[in-house]
Design a binder for this molecule. Structure first.
Ligand code: SF4
Length: 448
């Protein structure tokens, strides 16, 4: 039996930090070596919830949803996209475990209390003259989405001697801006019950509160407002992820890990998704050098193709990811504007594959399956039929040719899902990605 953990997050088309937090935990888990393969999966970015399972070779896969609420994404979207039957799915000889969400772990309540206590200390305001607002995302599509935020507010109400506690929402009622009508204490502590420093926590929530992006305290409507960091940015969150996996019955190599740790530190280049890895390594060694998208691969290094004099040597996945993903933010990992000026020296064949996987998550598995003739394609009709939210409006979408030319034309993948076939050495694309569907939906809305 081989094992894998997938950290499932939301991702973003606007901010690198939403998925960045998830990748940080992926790197940490890879270095620990508790399972054979570790990766992330996202709604908005690659690899998608739907494609990630085919990038893994493990027979026992654990999905850990990194969301602060049990709701629309954890109860509807992830199960639909991954074909999950519940906490345990047995399919095609594979066991798929679906853990509880982070919000169901008591650790998050500790963090919320720490945020409130820290802000009380920083403000010096008497608790009896301080209001606390726990700010959740929620969605009107699923009434469950607000339960975790409500529970955190109840806990603060019970345990902290503050004057008022309310829960307010980005996409539900009461809205965030209503906090000034719902409370009257001269000091307001606002705790975003979100995981990452993404666009919601750095722009949307502060904006609704009347703060500037980046402002952590200020005078708004005659009240002193303290805005705390979100709850998911602590290092110890990794321990919670491991506990959630352990609770779901994931076989972890903890004994082996202890022995290994004494001998050597693990590397975040290890334990990447392995589907297609051997094919890629064999192809590079046979050819001596090979292009893969905009990468030039040799047995000794990976660099951006066409950049002969790289400026910087990168040696860890986090630095590489930051370089190719965040400066500027590229929500589509395979968009044809890969930044250059870097090289990654490769110390062993598995690392060669890990570098490619870091730049183009999930692409090697599809490339290898396409070469072997085993890649399963999803038509646009079947992708939209799976949708439960706004992308349902794309069912019967009549302008896919225009959209393929416009969106896929700027991507190193070839839209095999649209043409039904791809050139032999192309990086195929088996289904319309979230960015494609978002652009198509924008076009539908504009036409209406
Ligand atoms: S749908 Fe188009 S833009 Fe999206 S990953 Fe596939 S080929 Fe690239």
């Amino acid at each position: 039996m081989s094992t894998a953990i997938v950290l499932a997050g939301h991702g973003s088309h606007i901010s690198p930090r939403t998925a960045g937090l998830v990748w940080e935990h992926v790197d940490g888990l890879r270095a620990l070596g508790l399972v054979d393969e570790v990766t992330a999966a996202f709604w908005k970015e690659a690899p998608s919830f739907h494609q990630v399972l085919r990038s893994l070779t493990a027979t026992d896969v654990t999905i850990v949803p990194l969301f602060t609420a049990q709701g629309y994404f954890t109860q509807t979207v992830i199960p639909a996209e991954m074909g999950l039957a519940g906490p345990l799915t047995i399919r095609d000889g594979r066991t798929i475990r679906y853990t509880r969400t982070l919000s169901e772990h008591p650790y998050l309540s500790q963090i919320v209390r720490q945020r409130v206590q820290g802000a009380l200390q920083a403000s010096g305001a008497p608790p009896g003259k301080t209001a606390v607002a726990i700010i959740g995302h929620s969605t009107r599509r699923n009434p469950e989405s607000r339960r975790a935020t409500e529970a955190q507010a109840r806990l603060i109400r019970a345990l902290e001697p503050v004057a008022e506690v309310v829960d307010v929402y980005l996409d539900d009622s009461p809205a965030i801006g209503e906090v000034y009508a719902l409370t009257s204490a001269p000091t307001l502590i606002a705790v975003p019950y979100f995981l990452a420093l993404g666009s919601h926590t750095t722009q949307d929530v502060p904006g609704e509160l009347g703060l500037e992006p980046g402002q952590t305290s200020g005078q708004v409507r005659g009240r002193k407002v303290y805005y705390t960091p979100p709850v998911g940015v602590e290092q110890s969150l990794r321990e919670v992820i491991i506990e959630l996996a352990r609770d779901a019955g994931t076989p972890l190599y903890e004994a082996r890990n202890e022995a290994q740790n004494q001998a050597q530190d693990g590397s975040a280049w290890d334990h990447c998704p392995a589907a297609g890895r051997d094919d890629l390594i064999a192809a590079v060694h046979e050819a001596g050098q090979m292009s893969f998208g905009q990468l030039l691969l040799t047995p000794h290094e990976v660099r951006r193709n066409g950049h002969e004099q790289p400026l910087e040597t990168l040696t860890d996945p986090a630095a590489l990811r930051a370089r190719v993903r965040e400066q500027p933010f590229r929500p589509l990992a395979t968009s044809a504007d890969l930044p250059g000026g870097w090289r990654v020296p490769v110390s062993d064949p598995a690392m060669l594959h890990a570098v490619v996987e870091t730049v183009y998550p999930g692409a090697v598995a599809d490339w290898a399956a396409h070469r072997r003739g085993t890649l399963l394609l999803e038509t646009l009709a079947s992708t939209t039929a799976r949708q439960t939210g706004m992308y349902r409006a794309l069912s019967g979408y009549a302008h896919s040719a225009d959209m393929v030319a416009r969106v896929c034309g700027a991507c190193v993948r070839h839209p095999t899902w649209y043409f039904g076939h791809s050139p032999a050495e192309a990086i195929p694309c088996a289904e319309a990605c979230n960015l494609w569907m978002t652009k198509a939906l924008e076009a539908v809305v504009q036409r209406e």
